[in-house]
Design a protein around this ligand. Structure first.
Ligand SMILES: NC(=O)c1ccc[n+]([C@@H]2O[C@H](COP(=O)([O-])OP(=O)(O)OC[C@H]3O[C@@H](n4cnc5c(N)ncnc54)[C@H](O)[C@@H]3O)[C@@H](O)[C@H]2O)c1
Length: 276
């Protein structure tokens, strides 16, 4: 076991969106490194399934159904976590949903759902867990899952999703400086093209948010993608070294991503030059 792993050994992590994909892989990675894990998801059965599997592997794990958009549900998650494990040292705000479509064709329900899960859901969890975390001493950390879409000037039919991820990037970097005085680390995880069910996000879209948006690229697994287990490994290592930001893409994706980020900077650079 590494020195860093000793830091988290025996501590407790709450991971939202952990019934599958990156969240389930994060739960497994943290469990393998000695943490107790609360596996939380709107898919309660899936969360329990993942937790049961971890338990069989010798991890202290609890599966809980949570809807991060619902503050009472998030408070119940907090209560369940404290009842079972007594404290929470790592909060992984990972639950997130995606839909495609251009802004002009979108519905207000599309935006309300994306922002309710991706932005407000994160805020609900921060409001629920931070007061206790701030009262404690010793190692504590928050990791928020954004996306490479937090950086793109041309998100390509995902402008609304991208807007939520830009918000997460801003929130998380701000949170990092806010929590520095409490000695709580904060990391933003930016995956891209991971092999999960993200393209089928609307499987969990409640009717209250209106009709489903079209799924022009299907609902399958993204091809030539990075494995969620690799995303989780990179993420946890970044958390352990208290990195502000971590990217996790398939190797072939980095050049294109870099070009897209440079395009964003080019826009800013041009605007700054225009000012002269
Ligand atoms: N897969 C990718 O390529 C990729 C790229 C960039 C960012 N991300 C981000 O990674 C995170 C995890 O996504 P994933 O790729 O593992 O997809 P996924 O669909 O496998 O996992 C998302 C999980 O969030 C859960 N969820 C949805 N609504 C919820 C709610 N209201 N309350 C609680 N849980 C809810 C879903 O049930 C699901 O288990 C998301 O924030 C996503 O935006 C993924």
């Amino acid at each position: 076991m590494s020195e860093m792993d000793k830091t988290i050994q025996g501590r407790t992590a709450v991971v939202t969106g952990a019934a599958g994909g990156i969240g389930a892989a994060l739960a497994a990675e943290l469990g393998a490194r000695g943490m107790s894990v609360v596996v939380a998801d709107i898919d309660g059965e899936g969360a329990k399934f993942v937790a049961d599997k971890l338990t069989l592997d010798g991890v202290r794990a609890l599966g809980v159904r949570v809807d991060v958009t619902d503050r009472e549900s998030v408070q119940a998650l907090r209560q369940a976590a404290y009842q079972e494990f007594g404290s929470v040292e790592l909060l992984c705000n990972n639950a997130g949903v995606l839909l495609f479509g251009d802004i002009a064709d979108s519905s207000i329900g599309d935006w309300r759902w994306l922002s309710a899960v991706n932005i407000e859901g994160m805020l609900n969890c921060l409001h629920a867990f931070l007061p206790d975390m701030r009262e404690r001493t010793g190692w504590r950390h928050v990791m928020n899952t954004a996306s490479t879409h937090a950086f793109l000037a041309d998100p390509g039919h995902t402008s609304l999703y991208s807007a939520t991820k830009h918000a997460i990037l801003g929130m998380t970097l701000g949170l990092r400086s806010e929590l520095a005085a409490d000695d709580i680390g904060v990391t933003v995880l930016c995956p891209g093209q991971a092999a999960t069910r993200i393209m089928d996000s609307q499987r969990n879209r409640p009717a209250a948010f209106g009709r489903k948006a079209p799924e022009p690229f299907g609902t399958g697994i993204i091809p030539m993608a990075i494995a969620p287990e690799e995303v989780a490994r990179l993420a946890v290592e970044a958390v352990l070294r208290d990195a502000p930001m971590v990217f996790a893409l398939p190797e072939h994706g980095y050049d294109m991503f870099r070009a897209q980020v440079e395009e964003m900077w080019r826009l800013a650079d041009n605007a700054l030059a225009d000012r002269a």
